[in-house]
Design a protein around this ligand. Structure first.
Ligand SMILES: *[C@@H]1O[C@H](CO)[C@@H](O)[C@H](O)[C@H]1NC(C)=O
Ligand SMILES: *[C@@H]1O[C@H](CO)[C@@H](O)[C@H](O)[C@H]1NC(C)=O
Ligand SMILES: *[C@@H]1O[C@H](CO)[C@@H](O)[C@H](O)[C@H]1NC(C)=O
Ligand SMILES: *[C@@H]1O[C@H](CO)[C@@H](O)[C@H](O)[C@H]1NC(C)=O
Length: 346
């Protein structure tokens, strides 16, 4: 102890701290690996102070959906029931289900999910008002631009949440699937999640084409002034726009992309909408469709079978001659989307 000096005490302290820290990390990882989860297990993280960490190798996927104001709305409840029952029937992977809702709707969602005991899952509630408050900047500016006049104000807002959802999702969630609840799964949601593997470095979002001439119509003005544009043309050579019923979100890349976050600013969205003369009414999908016109590298095109839309509205509203070109999807359907309240085949 001849060389003992007071600062050795400091070094010893640092060493002890490091050892404790490493021990804690190992313990946490091992601890989590051995968690066997019961369902339904619920948590209410209203203030987004979510700190749970999962080890990389645990197979679980995160699913986000909005289920709001549902208790008095039987049609909506039945749609949700069909979406989730069919999802669970085919799922072979554990899920964390983030439900953006009010308290009563969340309780109802839990009841419906509990009737489907085939797969392990966990639900997490995000309070709808808090989500909107937190995303106010983008949500309100998009609402100004891309809203249907027919929907009540509040319901309308819900269609504008997804592009900024990376700002409320807990940071340990790197990837998520966001779905509408007017779907029917004919296959495993794992197949959908596997589509992330096709993302390249610049892809942030995976989304399928709109399967009707909707944007041929909405970009009518631009197409008129730019007769040679492919905007609004059918696939495979055109840009028919997107449908947001099923989206893959690389939340981590969305958080880290300065460019993407700039595009969420009000002035940027306004500028784009003005340039392409779009007065949309379809919320988030108007946004994705517009951004794709200038930053195609951000979007992975999800194959049509993952969002097979059933609405045929434009078939009898002036686009009879071209509608077929947009609906062309010959692959075996994995997810039906009963958009526009369309019936879904049994
Ligand atoms: C709930 O739905 C009713 C009728 O469908 C509507 O009047 C009301 O504004 C909605 N409330 C919210 C919070 O969405
Ligand atoms: C959900 O649907 C199933 C049939 O698919 C039905 O038995 C069940 O009662 C429904 N649950 C609710 C809460 O509507
Ligand atoms: C990723 O693919 C898109 C087309 O979907 C393309 O525009 C983009 O350049 C690709 N990015 C890289 C880094 O290869
Ligand atoms: C439908 O798509 C396939 C390939 O995806 C293409 O070969 C075929 O020509 C298309 N049919 C029409 C009517 O566009």
């Amino acid at each position: 102890m001849a060389n003992w000096k007071p600062q050795n005490l400091g070094n010893l302290g640092v060493l002890v701290l490091i050892v404790c820290f490493l021990g804690f990390v190992c313990f946490s990882l091992v601890g989590f690996r051995h968690v066997t989860k019961q369902h339904p297990e619920t948590k209410d993280w209203r203030h987004f102070e979510v700190t749970e960490v999962r080890p990389e190798d645990q197979e679980v996927i995160s699913v986000i959906l909005i289920f709001n104001n549902a208790t008095k709305n039987e049609v909506f409840r039945d749609e949700f029931n069909r979406t989730m029952t069919s999802l669970f029937r085919h799922a072979t992977i554990e899920m964390d289900i983030y439900i953006i809702s009010d308290e009563e709707s969340y309780t109802l969602a839990e009841e419906i999910l509990a009737e489907n005991p085939s797969v392990s899952y966990k639900t997490i509630r995000f309070d709808i008002s808090e989500v909107i408050e937190k995303l106010a900047d983008t949500v309100y500016s998009m609402q100004e631009l891309f809203s249907s006049v027919e929907l009540p104000y509040f319901q309308n807002i819900l269609f504008h949440i997804s592009p900024a959802i990376h700002r409320v999702m807990p940071t340990f969630v790197h990837r998520s699937i966001m779905i509408d609840v007017d779907l029917k799964f004919l296959g495993d949601i794992r197949l959908l999640y596997d589509q992330f593997r096709h993302f390249n470095d610049t892809h942030l979002i995976g989304i399928a084409n709109e399967q009707q001439p909707t944007y041929r119509h909405l970009f009518k003005e631009y197409r008129h002034q730019n007769p040679r544009t492919i905007i609004g043309d059918p696939p495979p050579n055109g840009l028919p726009g997107f449908n947001s019923g099923v989206i893959l979100l690389d939340l981590e890349k969305m958080r880290n992309s300065h460019l993407y976050n700039t595009l969420l600013e009000k002035e940027k969205i306004e500028e784009l909408a003005k340039h392409f003369m779009l007065s949309g009414y379809l919320g988030d999908q108007d946004f994705y469709t517009l951004v794709n016109l200038v930053h195609r590298e951000m979007f992975y095109q999800l194959p049509c079978e993952f969002n097979r839309q059933l609405s045929t509205w434009w078939l009898n509203h002036g686009y009879e001659d071209v509608a077929d070109l947009y609906i062309n999807c010959t692959n075996d359907v994995i997810i039906y989307h009963g958009n526009g309240k369309s019936p879904i085949p049994e």
